[in-house]
Design a protein around this ligand. Structure first.
Ligand code: NAP
Ligand code: GCO
Length: 266
């Protein structure tokens, strides 16, 4: 065992949608472990916000404007990254959205949009980086899954379908490319304090906790929401050679939610 196995020195890490939330924290973690950070977002103003956040943390980062659902755009971005920064060693498929609508009221176009960003895009970006990883016989792909890769709940049908699919895409990439020394694993965050979950944490008019916030407290043995930084250690592990024989796994980073049967009546 050598602690250098956890180092990402000399590696290029592309984290999609990493100008805020979980992606930003994961990219900072990978950068702190030595990787060169590359990220994208859909608008220049978001990329600029991300660049400022990395600079503030003392980390050099390269930002690109790119919509991960646009296959031509993604291919062009990956080509530019290879020319301007270097071949991608680590891909984190992080960009994602959620729409919380009862399924019987959900427009088909909204369902498709969630599937497009949360499931089709990880395929598109992974497809773009795989040829170079195969050629170099080395690569790490980390897909950001969800509790909804395992569980259902009201109003998140499209998101659960996408994240459940992403779990299986992860296992399939691991199966199809393991012989090229490419590892593909997932991280399944529990409930994490980011803009995506802000509506679920908004205090009530009387100052009390949002009912969903109370629900999460009761479902989480750790009795707190996760912070984006809670995902840094797991991401560094899965991006590093310390995890070279770990393939096709989903690591749930959820304060114990998936292990817990629920609070017993008092
Ligand atoms: P977030 O802060 O909203 O981050 C998502 C990022 O993806 C944003 O920067 C967003 O850009 C970007 N994005 C959205 N659509 C895109 C597209 N088409 N092309 C490029 N970038 C795009 O939310 P987050 O909570 O950090 O979520 C990050 C990932 O973690 C998502 O996959 C989410 O499903 C997953 N996750 C979150 C939680 C949680 O509790 N927060 C739990 C489990 C899994 P904009 O700023 O323009 O929207
Ligand atoms: C929801 C949440 C999800 C979770 C996350 C759980 O409405 O259920 O917002 O986005 O935060 O994916 O792992």
């Amino acid at each position: 065992m050598n602690m250098k196995d956890f180092s990402l020195e000399g590696k290029v890490a592309l984290v999609t949608g990493a100008s805020s939330g979980i992606g930003l924290a994961i990219a900072k973690g990978l950068g702190t472990a030595g990787a060169t950070i590359v990220f994208n977002d859909i608008k220049q103003e978001f990329v600029d916000r991300g660049l400022a956040a990395y600079a503030e943390a003392g980390l050099k980062a390269y930002g690109y404007v790119c919509d991960v659902t646009d296959e031509d755009g993604v291919q062009a971005m990956v080509k530019r990254i290879e020319e301007e920064v270097g071949a991608v060693d680590i891909l984190v498929n992080n960009a994602g959205i959620i729409k919380r609508v009862p399924m019987h009221e959900m427009a088909a176009k909204d369902f498709r949009l969630v599937i497009d960003i949360d499931l089709n895009a990880p395929f598109i970006v992974a497809k773009a980086v795989l040829p170079s990883m195969m050629e170099r016989r080395s690569g790490k792909i980390i897909n950001i899954c969800s509790m909804m890769s395992e569980f259902g709940r009201e109003t998140v049908s499209a998101y659960a379908a996408a994240k459940g699919g992403l779990k299986m895409l992860t296992k399939n990439i691991a199966s199809e490319y393991g012989s090229y020394n490419i590892q593909c694993n997932g991280i399944g965050p529990g409930y994490i304090e980011t803009p995506l979950t802000a509506p679920l944490r908004e205090p009530q008019a009387d100052g009390s906790r949002h009912p969903f916030d109370q629900f999460i407290m009761s479902k989480t043995p750790a009795e707190r929401w996760g912070k984006p930084e809670d995902l840094q250690g797991p991401a560094v592990f899965l991006a590093s050679s310390a995890s070279d024989f770990v393939n096709g796994q989903i690591l749930y980073v959820d304060g114990g939610i998936a292990a817990y049967f629920g609070k017993q009546p008092q």
